[in-house]
Ligand binder design. Structure first.
Ligand SMILES: Cc1cc2nc3c(=O)[nH]c(=O)nc-3n(C[C@H](O)[C@H](O)[C@H](O)COP(=O)(O)OP(=O)(O)OC[C@H]3O[C@@H](n4cnc5c(N)ncnc54)[C@H](O)[C@@H]3O)c2cc1C
Length: 516
């Protein structure tokens, strides 16, 4: 089982052992390119650059697939979430056509990798189906259909969809696909190492300085490189992109059906946020994956109730024999509907980023590999500047870019808190968390199943917002920019690069609190 950034288990995690690199990175070494993060963006980009003759190092804080790539639902779409209606409105028709071409190219690249490396990841070409259930949804679907056709997608009206759900109108979109993201990721990671690339896991990038050569300080030592890529889903530190990317949490379950009849195709409703259905075979076993119930990260939402809603929705239409897996994960929505891929704003000429994919990071992460390879190897690509992050206009009074760790202070461990004085602690049931006021200060408290209190300062170390407890994934989530921390304040997801300060709680046997 691989680790991921939450307590719940995704379908993909459960059927894989952690990736074991065969290469070795020795601190002090110099590379052409250092790629930070071993999700689909990092590994695909590193493979492309290594094959183009660059000596690459991938630095991963935990292990390959730990981030959202381990918590995705792995639809491969050219029919992107932001819709071609929005892209055409925010940009123009030519941009919409280039996005359609770029995403089709990404699916072709994944298909090509599956073929040339003989990857057993249950890749299959699939049509997508979108269906409306009332007049308003039907109008939106009709408008989006025209925009998608103008962008170049093959799309037509249909009077049947592969799910037993009533609808008023529907369309079928050609040229989509699906796969097992972790099997794909691990196989291209191996192909990258076979091509001479290096991967180091359990190594967090803590500070980046210089502008070619770039010095990269990590938890195991320093490396240098000519170019650095933040493939961390959202760049760490403080950057304009944090004001342009909103973090969202999304939910998925994988179920077995009593009928044994699993739908073929990728099926989406027109709700906002939308819900979706698709099947996946893993090692001969069928699963129906159902997802949706998205909300802004850290919103005051009962995260466990989102799974209950999802399950009752699928039970309305299907005879569910077993719910095998439930998990949630985070994505980042850009402000204008297109991802940001290219030079990091304010980061000089050698630091790159790929972020703001929305729910299409499998394809956009692959598009990023093509764009970043073109930029770093100075080769021609019609999409080289399509997603340029510098389309983000500077905000008056905002410091352009504070280097990755400019705000790092020495790790704070707060003073010992007397459990006697914290009466609120006793009010928490095992498995519960809450923010309490004590002496004019806020404390984030979680009581685990053994009754042990885990106490942190709930002020996000990124930009000082207050974090909220996510009961389903047992994490402190920041509603502002999506930083996430485990129950002991350890960073799970950037952009924070410092843990939440731990608050020591004095042992007091009568309430079961112990020092954390
Ligand atoms: C529930 C859900 C369903 C989705 N479904 C789809 C879908 O069907 N199709 C689709 O196209 N997209 C989907 N997406 C979006 C897609 O999964 C993501 O956009 C994509 O996985 C992002 O990949 P990534 O490689 O950029 O980031 P990640 O997979 O998050 O990888 C980033 C890596 O960087 C590492 N890292 C971070 N900071 C550091 C540091 N300082 N030092 C070293 N390493 C670091 C992390 O540990 C992590 O492993 C979905 C998202 C969600 C939440």
């Amino acid at each position: 089982m691989i680790r991921r950034d939450g307590q719940m288990t995704s379908l993909w995690q459960s059927v894989a052992d952690a990736y074991q690199p065969v290469s070795e990175a020795i601190p002090g070494q110099a590379y052409d390119v250092i790629v930070v993060g071993a999700g689909i963006t990092g590994i695909t980009t590193a493979l492309s650059l290594q094959e183009a003759g660059k000596k690459c190092l991938v630095v991963e804080a935990v292990s390959a697939g730990f981030g959202t790539t381990g918590g995705t639902t792995a639809h491969l779409n050219t029919y992107v979430d932001s819709t071609y209606t929005t892209i055409e409105k925010n940009f123009d028709l030519e941009t919409a056509q280039l996005v359609a071409k770029a995403t089709a190219g990404a699916i072709a690249m994944i298909r090509h990798n599956v073929e040339r490396f003989r990857i057993d990841c249950e890749f299959s070409n699939q049509p997508a189906f979108l269906f409306a259930q009332d007049e308003k949804e039907a109008q939106q679907l009709a408008e989006d259909t025209v925009a998608a056709m103008n962008a170049g997608l093959t799309i037509q009206a249909t009077d049947s969809i592969p799910c037993p759900i009533p609808f008023t109108s529907a369309v079928r979109v050609g040229g989509q696909a699906q796969f097992n993201p972790i099997r794909y990721l691990f196989s291209i990671a191996k192909a990258y190492e076979d091509a001479g690339g290096t991967i180091i896991q359990g190594c967090r990038v803590e500070n980046v300085s210089g502008d070619g050569p770039v010095t990269v300080e990590t938890s195991v030592g320093k490396f240098t490189c000519n170019d650095l890529i933040y493939a961390t889903h959202i760049p760490p530190g403080i950057n304009l992109l944090h004001l342009r990317c909103a973090p969202w949490r999304s939910y998925a379950i994988a179920v077995k059906l009593g009928s044994g009849q699993y739908p073929q195709g990728l099926v989406y409703d027109m709700k906002d946020p939308y819900n979706y259905y698709r099947s996946q075979v893993i090692d001969g076993e069928d699963w129906l994956i159902v997802g949706g119930k998205d909300h802004k990260t850290g919103d005051d939402v009962n995260t466990e109730a989102c799974f209950v809603d999802l399950e009752s929705m699928v039970r309305r239409y299907y005879d569910v024999k077993e719910v095998g897996y439930k998990w949630s994960s985070q994505y980042f929505e850009s402000s204008d509907g297109l991802p940001y891929i290219g030079l990091l704003p304010g980061g000089g000429d050698h630091i790159y980023v790929a972020t703001g994919y929305g729910g299409n990071g499998m394809v956009y992460g692959t598009v990023a590999a093509r764009v970043l390879k073109a930029l770093i190897t100075d080769s021609e690509e019609e999409i080289s500047t399509l997603f340029t992050p510098s389309r983000v206009k500077p905000v008056a009074g905002f410091t352009n870019f504070l280097s990755h760790n400019a705000h790092v202070a020495k790790s704070l461990v707060e003073g010992l808190f007397s459990a006697d004085k914290m009466d609120e602690l006793a009010a928490l049931a095992p498995g519960e968390a809450g923010i309490v006021q004590y002496d004019g200060r806020k404390l984030g408290l979680f009581k685990d199943e053994q009754g042990k209190i885990h106490a942190v300062n709930p002020t996000c170390t990124h930009m000082k917002c207050n974090v909220n407890w996510n009961a389903a994934e047992q994490s402190w989530d920041c509603p502002c920019h999506g930083a996430r921390y485990d129950m002991d304040g350890k960073v799970l997801t950037g952009p924070a690069d410092r843990d939440l300060p731990v608050v020591k709680v004095e042992e007091r046997s009568s309430v079961g609190a112990s020092s954390s």
